[in-house]
Design a protein. Structure first.
Length: 167
């Protein structure tokens, strides 16, 4: 009987396989990939706020109408305030229009996202923070790993770093 493959050749191809597997795992767990919350308008509506133009200089960037949405996992966790991995929350900011005393939502201005993964985002309370401007879904405008978002959200530490309440 003849052996056509030498042991060293076996180990060479085995190590290539291991390297490929490592590369695949790294890209799966990389936090570089953008994660837009597809279909969030059909999730649980947690609440809505309206900040009319010129009413509060400190909230200039938030002027308009904003809605908070939670996926099912996050919605179930609101009462306890202990959000499991896989929870996703969205703060959607839209223009607010007032006509004949009726305030209604206009164009989408921004979509802010929080995604819970307690292993990957230890520095920001286990939350990944993302920001999308307008209707685009591919460019995350956050380049500081969410630390500026968390600086403020850390104040909601008694409710899993989530400000809104689902009542
Ligand atoms: C100065 C404080 C502050 C900063 C900075 C801030 N947020 Fe928030 N965020 C809030 C408050 C307050 C609410 C609750 C709004 C409401 O209930 O109407 C909120 C709500 C949210 C929600 C809905 C879940 C929740 O906590 O109620 C998401 C998602 C969110 N913010 C993402 C972000 C992202 C992403 C950034 C950074 C780009 C950011 N936030 C920066 C104060 C802040």
């Amino acid at each position: 009987m003849k052996y056509t493959s030498s042991p060293s050749r076996f180990w060479r191809s085995a190590s290539i396989m291991i390297c490929l597997a490592a590369v695949a795992l790294t890209s799966l767990h990389s936090d570089e990939g953008v994660q837009y919350p597809d279909g969030f308008r059909r999730w649980v509506h947690v609440g809505t706020g309206v900040i009319m133009p010129g009413t509060n200089p400190q909230l200039k960037s938030e002027e308009g109408m904003h809605h908070v949405f939670a996926n099912a996992k996050a919605a179930d966790a609101y009462m306890a305030g202990d959000f499991p991995d896989g929870s996703v929350l969205v703060y959607e900011l839209r223009d607010a229009q007032q006509t004949n005393g009726v305030i209604s939502e206009g164009e989408r201005r921004r979509v802010d996202v929080m995604i819970k993964d307690s292993n990957l985002y230890k520095g920001t309370g286990g939350w990944r923070f993302e920001r999308f401007f307008g209707d685009q879904q591919t460019e995350n405008a956050i380049h500081d790993s969410g630390s500026s978002c968390f600086q403020c959200h850390s104040k909601a530490d008694k409710h899993g770093f989530v400000f809104s309440q689902l009542r």
